[in-house]
Design a protein around this ligand. Structure first.
Ligand code: RB5
Length: 150
């Protein structure tokens, strides 16, 4: 699995946690920045990283900003992205089982690195269940196909 990591200046610490978990699991990844704590705009990073997922360069993304809200809103504007803003392990597991989420968003100002590590590990290692859940995702995709040209 190939994973792209991104966020904004308020997500540097949890991005490093994500890299540690990815190293432990032996997954390939790219950290698409930003690589400094100077203030940046999360849509600039979230939108372009999300596009690289739907274009097939990466399988999944882990996006971190201060709350996780701005970066998840940005990611979910990209057709084909199912970004789950998740701050607990139950939701991390459920969103893989039921929603086949391809982006995990978290807020570094919301949770600490210990919980984030567990969430990331769970989200990366839980497989989509398919079945009735695929049917629901298909309804989202059908809507996207109808509304968005690209
Ligand atoms: C940056 O200050 C902060 O607004 C951003 O990281 C995020 O929380 C936005 O949703």
């Amino acid at each position: 699995m190939k994973v792209i990591i991104t966020g904004d200046h308020a997500g540097m610490v949890l991005r490093n946690v994500a890299k540690e978990v990815l190293d432990e699991l032996g997954y390939e990844y790219e950290d698409a920045g930003p690589d400094c704590t100077t203030s940046v705009d999360y849509p600039d990073y979230g939108l372009s990283a999300a596009e690289r997922i739907v274009n097939g360069e990466f399988d999944r993304g882990i996006f971190i900003c201060g709350t996780g809200i701005g970066i998840s809103m940005s990611a979910n504007k990209v057709k084909g992205i199912r970004c789950a803003l998740t701050h607990d392990v139950f939701s991390a597991k459920s969103t893989r089982l039921h929603n086949d989420s391809n982006v995990l968003a978290m807020g570094e100002r919301v949770i600490g690195p210990g919980l984030a590590r567990e969430i990331i590990h769970t989200w990366l290692t839980t497989e989509f269940e398919g079945g009735r859940h695929q049917n629901r995702i298909d309804k989202i995709t059908t809507y996207e196909d109808k509304v968005f040209k690209k």
